[in-house]
Design a protein around this ligand. Structure first.
Ligand code: ADP
Length: 496
């Protein structure tokens, strides 16, 4: 038997050989940090891909190569001639690779569709993202092993969800690939004219797309997926109701056994007041003193008077009705009467931009505004320098800024909806527990009451520091969320 004894090295390699291959997960998204961002989806796509690698998953990301992607992030051309069957004939695109995320990112270059100076808002968005989906699936075939999971995010990836479902029936290569469709915001549905399904080669799946007489990429994505997730447990419940189901609640109720809510995490490598480069001073829960330097810096940036004892209320968000701007507009005068500065960073609807401008013009010593998408540094400087962060959202699938705020000792005042309700604990002066202030009804008086309460406690520094520390102690890191995704992926892969 001598000849059969294994050396320690052989034994360890044998054990290695027997261990299951890591799960292979392709994440498809229309935006991801650090490449292109309009909102939380970008933060999530980038951070999840990274966090899964830490969990031992063979994760990689597929994105469009928009014109605004910083070319310095690219490591080189990965495929020069990816053939994509499109509008009845083969078209060829290039695929670039980036290692900026410490997980491979593949970016599909199709200037005709993605060099538009913005991510969304084009007349042919449905066509642009249908192309992304088709190209992504062609890319998967060129990448070697098929993924165990294709993780599709929001309506732009609805096309990939249904195409994969169909292709795996006919193509052995994809036979074991399972599809997860994540809903980051149900209100955006990718609606287009069903007659366009013909030339997109999708007419055979009209039933999956058809929604109130139109075609919905979101509905097709939800219908075709093996499993569904959304970005907080509370939102997973809310979207099954007629009030928040945007006409799809029946479908989500029908598929509720396949729907889970996984709260997003925070990428503490990027959002960290102890280390990050863009803020004026560093601070931590043990030593909050640096926050004053950040506050003074913020007042200076927005041309506001140097009055550090006055609380700063801030908001950073897309300027859309969802974010509660109607309440802010109605309560504007009362917010200033409560004694606060107000700083707003936002891009979006003209009516809210005009409101912010008018508010600023009427009270330039108290209201600071930045209209437009500012990029990361200013968002971080506001988080670090503000005292109170306002999120009076009509609905909020998860919300990231309340979690960023907590890490920066900036106390959130939020409406109890979706992920805001799941992640913010209302402060209770009796017990000293809680990390923010939450109101229930979507009404201006309810919002103002909580703002006044927050300002009242702000004026009592010891109590305030306690609330700040409660928030800073919360661990919203990605590792817990990544583990939940991993568990879900494993369950899905087992059905293959
Ligand atoms: P949503 O995904 O609905 O836009 P989230 O709270 O989940 O809302 O995420 C918003 C993200 O986008 C945060 O990282 C926030 O800082 C960022 N953000 C929103 N608007 C702007 C802006 N005008 N400039 C810079 N960053 C912004």
């Amino acid at each position: 038997m001598q000849g059969e004894a294994l050396s320690a090295k052989d034994q360890s390699s044998k054990i290695k050989d027997q261990s299951p291959a890591p799960l292979r997960v392709a994440i498809l998204s229309s935006e991801a940090v650090p490449f292109a961002k309009t909102g939380g989806l970008a933060d999530v796509s980038g951070a999840l891909t990274k966090a899964l690698q830490v969990e031992g998953v063979d994760s990689f990301l597929i994105l469009p190569l928009y014109d605004q992607v910083d070319r310095k992030l690219l490591s080189g051309i990965f495929i020069d001639d990816l053939e994509v069957e499109w509008r009845g004939k083969p078209s060829r695109v290039r695929v670039w690779k980036s290692d900026a995320l410490k997980a491979p990112t593949y970016l599909i270059e199709a200037g005709h569709y993605f060099d538009r100076g913005r991510v969304y808002g084009e007349r042919d968005d449905f066509e642009r993202f249908a192309f992304l989906s088709r190209a992504a699936i062609a890319l998967l075939k060129r990448l070697g092993d098929a993924p165990d999971i294709l993780h599709c995010n929001d309506w732009p990836c609805g096309f990939a969800s249904i195409e994969m479902r169909v292709r795996r029936r006919h193509e052995e290569f994809f036979a074991k690939t399972r599809i997860l469709f994540s809903i980051h915001n149900l209100a955006y549905q990718g609606i287009f004219n069903p007659s366009d399904l013909w030339w997109l080669d999708l007419a055979a799946y009209t039933d999956a797309f058809i929604f109130k007489g139109a075609a919905s990429a979101l509905k097709a994505g939800i219908t075709a997926a093996d499993a569904l997730s959304t970005v907080s447990p509370r939102y997973a419940q809310e979207i099954q109701t007629p009030e928040q189901g945007y006409g799809l609640d029946w479908l989500l109720r029908a598929r509720r056994d396949r729907l889970v809510g996984i709260t997003n995490g925070v990428d503490y490598e990027l959002w960290n007041p102890q280390t990050e480069p863009d803020i004026a001073a560093h601070f931590s829960a043990d030593d909050l003193s640096g926050k004053l330097g950040c506050k003074l810096d913020l007042l200076r940036r927005f041309d506001l008077p140097k009055e550090p004892e006055r609380p700063i209320i801030a908001i950073i968000s897309r300027l859309v009705a969802q974010k509660g701007y109607d309440l802010i507009r109605q309560g504007a005068q009362a917010i200033l009467e409560a004694g606060a500065f107000f700083i707003a960073l936002g891009a979006g609807a003209r009516e809210y931009e005009d409101f912010l401008q008018r508010w600023h013009d009427a009270a330039p010593q108290r209201v600071g505004i930045y209209k437009g998408y500012a990029g990361e540094p200013l968002a971080h400087q506001i988080e670090a320098g503000a005292d109170i962060f306002l999120m009076p959202s009509l609905y909020e699938p998860c919300g990231l800024n309340q979690m960023y705020s907590m890490r920066y000792g900036t106390v959130p005042v939020v409406r109890a909806t979706g992920g805001l309700d799941d992640t913010v604990e209302n402060f209770d002066p009796e017990t000293g527990k809680g990390n923010g202030f939450k109101f229930g009804p979507y009404s201006t008086p309810a919002m103002l009451e909580k703002i006044r309460e927050a300002i009242y406690f702000y004026s009592q520094p010891d109590i305030w520091a306690g609330i700040q520390r409660n928030g800073m102690a919360v661990d919203n890191s990605w590792s817990a969320a990544a583990k939940r995704y991993l568990q879900l992926y494993r369950e899905m892969a087992e059905t293959a």
